[in-house]
Design a protein around this ligand. Structure first.
Ligand SMILES: [Fe+2]
Length: 282
């Protein structure tokens, strides 16, 4: 039994991402951090061996190209069926260390209102600043937050885009620190690219953000795909790091008088339902 150090049960018993499997070193374990503890992650063929710093083995599984582990007794990981679709390219777009809490990074990922000002000329432009109304709900089983029917004008929605387009978005938050975005594919009409943010919670104010791509674009070379994602992430990083407090406030009317976004209101409500206290102010 590992000492929880006061970490809430939902956080303690979840699977957490601890790196992209393909990017693990081949010559020995990688040392990293999870929930304030030192851990090692080593490649074992198609699997991985994860241990606490003192050598205690932890549960490990590979899913969606990443290594997942837990300090507690985890249930099943959320489903991401698109990963198994034969015509998708699945890859880690980029991984960045950021000095912020896990839920701040998820909230930023859900927030379309920052596109025109932070990702000007790519995900938004200043003369199309409006976020049109969309639907958001906590699923009936309480296991995820879903935002749907989001529409946004984007000058360059993806690496493969050839011009601006009104892009349709759908978000799922199936884990407190994992968010999955579905957006119109620029190359396969009627299908959606999947872009996921998998947050490794190194500490309460220290994360590694992994941007996973499950996309229908067969043509853009890998370096260009990675550059596109990195360019966007480099724009978000200083904004996340300058946001104070670093932990996400969950107490009532935390964001008053600033109008909080619908998706973030539902996300905060869901975290309260889960009893999450890690990385938040309650
Ligand atoms: Fe952003």
């Amino acid at each position: 039994m590992i000492e929880t150090g006061g970490i809430d049960p939902d956080t303690w018993n979840r699977w957490h991402v601890v790196g992209c499997h393909d990017e693990l070193p081949t010559d020995g374990p990688r040392t990293t951090r999870l929930l304030g503890r030192a851990i090692t992650v080593a490649r074992r063929g198609a699997g991985a061996d994860v241990r606490l710093g003192d050598g205690t083995p932890l549960p490990a599984q590979i899913a969606y190209g990443y290594v997942w582990t837990s300090l507690g007794t985890p249930g099943p990981l959320f489903e991401l069926p698109e990963y198994a679709e034969a015509d998708r390219r699945n890859l880690n777009g980029c991984s960045f260390g950021v000095r912020t809490s896990p839920p701040r990074a998820i909230e930023n990922f859900l927030d379309m209102a920052h596109f025109p000002f932070v990702h000007t000329g790519i995900l938004g432009e200043e003369d199309h600043p409006d976020v049109k109304d969309y639907d958001v709900a906590i699923s009936a089983d309480g296991r995820e937050v879903v935002a749907s029917n989001c529409l946004f004008y984007q000058p360059k929605a993806a690496a493969a885009s050839t011009g601006g387009a009104e892009v349709s978005y759908r978000y799922r938050v199936p884990h407190p620190w994992c968010a999955v975005l579905y957006k119109d594919s620029p190359v396969k009409p009627g299908r959606m690219d999947v872009i996921a943010l998998f947050i490794q919670p190194c500490g309460e104010e220290e994360i590694i953000a992994n941007l996973a791509l499950f996309i229908l674009d067969d043509d853009t070379p890998l370096p260009a795909l990675r550059r596109f994602q990195q360019q966007i992430f480099v724009q978000d990083k200083p904004i996340l790091e300058n946001q104070m407090p670093r932990r996400l406030p969950l107490y009532p009317r935390a964001d008053s008088p600033v109008r909080a976004d619908k998706a973030s209101i539902a996300y905060r409500r869901w975290l309260r339902q889960l009893g999450t206290t890690y990385g938040v102010l309650s």
